[in-house]
Every structure is written in C-alpha cells, then in structure tokens.
Design a protein around this ligand. Structure first.
Ligand code: ZN
Length: 390
C-alpha cells in the first residue's frame, strides 16, 4: 500500500507525513510496522510505503490511532503551555478537529488513506483541489458528514501562505490555504509531535515565536525518522526556551536544538542528512494578538550535527571543552557567531565567538582566559575541512 502526501507545499506535507508516522506509532503493532514502513521524499510530497502485513491494521485502526495520538499530543502541549498548544490562540480549531476525529473513531468505518492520498500520477480532475476530493470521500461516511468542513491552514503550518503573512512586504500577498479536516488533523499532529516551538521573550515582554522542524532528504524507515522526536522533546517534554537577547534568536535556535542529543542519535541523524527548517513569528504592529511571519530559513542540519559530534568527542579533553565554553555564552550574540562559523565554515566568526567568550569569562571571573595552541589548531582543522558533504 502506498500513501502519497497531497502536495500542499513542502512544510505542510512534511507535517502531514509526520502526522501519519505518529498515527502508526500509536498502534498496538507499531514497532514492527514502523520498521517496515518506508518514507521517500519526492520534492513537494512524500511517498509512504506500508508493508502488506500492516495494511489491514492501518486501515482498520487509522481513525482510532489518529484520534488517540492527537488527544495525547495536544494534551501534552496544552499542559505545558496553553499558548503553544493553541498555535496563536486558535483553540477552537483544535476542538473542532477533535470532534471530527472522535466521530471517525466512533463510526467504526475503516479509512483507506491510500485512496485519499494518491500518487500525483493517479489524480485526474481533482488535481487542482485535492481536499475537495478528500471531503467528498470523507462525507460518504454518514457520521462524519456533519464535521467535514474547510479549515484554514494556520500560519504555523504554512508560513508562506498564512493569513497573517507580513503584509508590508511589497509583492507578497496574504492568502488563506483551505484544507480538509483530515489534512489539518494530520498536519497539526505532525507539528505537535515533530517540531520545537520556542517562545522568545526579553524579561517579561513577549517577542514572538520561533518554530523549527527537520525535513528529511533521503529515504528512511519510519523508525529512523521517529529519531527526530528525540531532538524535539525527550519523553514527550516540550522544549520551550526563553531567550533574553533581542538580537540573537534566529541563529541560536539551530545550535540549541542539537545540544542535548546523545552521540548515537547524532550519528544516525547524520546519515539521514535532514534540513533544519526554522521560521519566526512576531506580533503584527497595531494588531493585538496577531502574529506575522518575519523570517523563514533552511540550514543543512548535517553541518551542525558534525560540529556536535566533533565537540562531544573532545568533551573530556582539557583543550577542547568547547561545549563548556558554549554554555557561558549560550544566550548572547556571541553564540550567533559560533552558529555562523559552523554553517558558513568561516573561521573569522569562530574567532569572534572565542573573543566573546574571553570577554564574558573575564567579566564574570575577572580572569583572563587564553586558549591553548592545541585548541585553536583543532578548531582550525574542523573549519578548514575541505569535505563539502558536511
Ligand atoms: Zn485534504
């Protein structure tokens, strides 16, 4: 059985794909099933191959597992922070979706998702509006009919199309992306389980949100991709990092993301070479409670991963206590210099980071800090590495 995500755009499809994986992970037979399930990125969409052995369970239990996974992930998010869960206060959207999924679960009709999520070559007259087809199919289930309505993909799911897109940028139009209840349920489940939502603040004032997720670039098993969850929150913990510097956040987020990940997971992630996708919302000027997308960025996660593997390998070496040094300047603009040096492989930024560290250390301990020749040589070796695959 093959499922193809509906080509709603790279980010939205990524979250839908994660939603499907999370649904499978909710099932009783999930371990074997996750191992046998393959995910292939195909540009704008993903093909998910389900083994014959698992087809039956997936069809029979799709709504039940989707409902349970959604309730669980939304419950965790709401408990940690109501604002995070609501993704800009649209709590009623979550409740409507829960109602839709509950009806699906109680109807006892099976859902063959491969009939709704077909490969692009199998689409005919519905090509331009796949959700119209999804709605038509979903509405054939009498118990679902009433709750089959259009939803707006919130800006956090589709920053390029969000209705809160920053309008003062000439040439960019704010549009609404209407999608069906199944697409939005899976996407929200994906965003709740496979993204980090960081609340940015300075003192008591709220600055905005920074979201980050990983986009796979290579074929992998569902078990492989589920490793990403270790980065987004161990033991279902939601990562909410307060930031205290107004200048920093954009580049620090990628560095913080991999900080606590163990070496084994980093090595596996390195093989999957994902893209780190980040986007930031700030309050709209003059519109209370409305957020606008300010910045969307993509980074090759493998460079960051390689850097952490390098730093962790040398963690016990007196000269190489880079991780300790990082802690001291974690929330300062110097940290951005470190991120820049890793992402651009420009040693100048690394030296700015070292200078910043020395200044900060002196300010706190009144001691001058000098880095040894060996430490600087090690850093130079890392940054002058001609291997472009990192
Ligand atoms: Zn749809």
């Amino acid at each position: 059985m093959e499922i193809a995500t509906p080509s709603h755009g790279q980010l939205l499809d990524t979250f839908i794909m994660y939603g499907i994986i999370r649904t499978i992970a909710q099932g009783e037979q999930y371990q074997e099933c996750m191992e046998r399930t393959r995910i292939k990125p195909e540009g704008e969409y993903y093909v998910i191959q389900i083994d014959k052995l698992d087809e039956h369970t997936i069809k029979d239990e799709f709504f039940k597992n989707l409902y349970e996974a959604y309730k669980r992930e939304y419950g965790i998010a709401r408990e940690k922070s109501p604002q995070v869960a609501a993704l800009q206060g649209e709590e009623k959207v979550f409740n409507k979706i829960e109602e839709f999924l509950k009806r699906g679960k109680n109807s006892r009709q099976t859902l063959d998702i491969s009939k709704l999520y077909k490969k692009p070559s199998e689409w005919e007259q519905w090509r331009s509006n796949k959700c119209k087809f999804h709605k038509k199919e979903l509405a054939q289930n009498p118990q679902l009919k009433e709750s089959v309505k259009d939803f707006t993909a919130q800006v956090s799911l589709s920053p390029q199309l969000g209705k809160y897109l920053y309008k003062s940028d000439e040439g960019i139009r704010a549009e609404q992306q209407k999608i069906c209840p199944l697409c939005i349920s899976l996407a929200l489940l994906g965003v709740l389980s496979y993204s980090v939502r960081m609340r940015l603040r300075e003192g008591r004032s709220f600055l905005g949100w920074q979201f980050a997720t990983l986009i796979p670039t290579k074929e992998a098993s569902a078990t492989g991709l589920s490793l990403f969850r270790r980065i987004f929150g161990k033991d279902d913990k939601l990562i909410i990092q307060p930031f205290y510097s107004e200048k920093m956040p954009e580049l620090i987020a990628p560095l913080l993301l991999f900080k606590d990940t163990d070496t084994n997971t980093l090595e596996t992630l390195q093989v999957l070479s994902p893209i780190l996708f980040t986007y930031r919302f700030d309050p709209s000027p003059g519109k209370a409670g409305v957020l606008a997308v300010r910045k969307v960025s993509e980074y090759p996660a493998s460079r960051l991963i390689k850097f952490y593997l390098y730093a962790k390998e040398r963690a016990s070496n007196e000269d190489g206590r880079l991780l300790d040094h990082m802690k001291l300047v974690e929330y300062s603009p110097y940290f951005s210099e470190l991120a820049l040096s890793i992402l651009t492989k420009d040693i100048e930024h690394f030296f700015s980071f070292l200078r910043g560290f020395a200044v900060e250390k002196r300010r706190r301990t009144r001691k001058l800090v000098f880095f040894s020749q060996a430490f600087v040589e090690q850093a130079l070796r890392f940054f002058s590495n001609s291997d472009d695959s990192i």
